[in-house]
Write a new protein. Structure first.
Length: 174
């Protein structure tokens, strides 16, 4: 009896230790401002993150899933001249989209966004780590509950709030 409790405690402590062993290097990587990436490295790193993380929802062709995941290909926010809103959305999330502010460094967010802004049919300018830093600092303490602005809804798609009722879901082709 006592033995099995002890064994469980030991098991729990080793799991905690393992978690810390994995998490600490991950966190310190994210915090490292690292050496600035070249334009090529930015695209490479950005694509690597896109195709391991964002792809789950926004899909390999960047077109998302109609009525659920907004497209980033020709995406309203992704292609704005001023990347502030794009940076803000990826840092702090929106609706069903997770926030990435504690997952990625300024360099990494800049790389992901730069990749997306030049992928598929997109043709927008690169994003710098300094721009990401500025948005992060300006909004870091703000609890974000930002509704999707109507103007940002791609043509042919209904508003995310209406999408919560599956019977109102629409596809761009419909
Ligand atoms: C778990 C699914 C999921 C993942 C992973 C995800 N997103 Fe999203 N994303 C969403 C959803 C859902 C929305 C729509 C949010 C809403 O309802 O307003 C969205 C919206 C967006 C928008 C706003 C598009 C627009 O034009 O309004 C951007 C930009 C975006 N995501 C970028 C990203 C990036 C970059 C990544 C990877 C780092 C990512 N997302 C990962 C689900 C996801």
């Amino acid at each position: 009896m006592f033995q099995s409790v002890k064994a469980r405690i030991i098991a729990l402590i080793s799991v905690m230790g393992l978690t810390a062993a994995i998490a600490v290097p991950l966190l310190s990587n994210a915090q490292d401002a690292a050496t600035p990436m070249t334009a090529e490295e930015q695209i490479e790193r950005g694509a690597a993150i896109y195709y391991s993380v964002c792809v789950a929802c926004h899909q390999a062709d960047g077109n998302g899933v109609p009525g659920i995941y907004l497209p980033l290909n020709k995406g309203a926010i992704a292609n704005l001249d001023d990347p502030t809103l794009f940076i803000y959305t990826v840092l702090y999330g929106r609706g069903g989209m997770p926030r990435f502010n504690t997952t990625y460094s300024d360099e990494e967010i800049a790389a992901i966004l730069t990749y997306i802004r030049q992928a598929w049919e997109n043709d927008a300018g690169a994003v710098t780590p300094e721009e990401v830093k500025a948005v992060r600092e300006a909004y870091s303490a703000t609890p974000i509950v930002s509704p999707t602005p109507d103007a940002q809804i791609p043509e042919g798609q209904n508003h995310p709030e209406e999408r919560q009722d599956p019977s109102k879901a629409s596809t761009p082709d419909a």
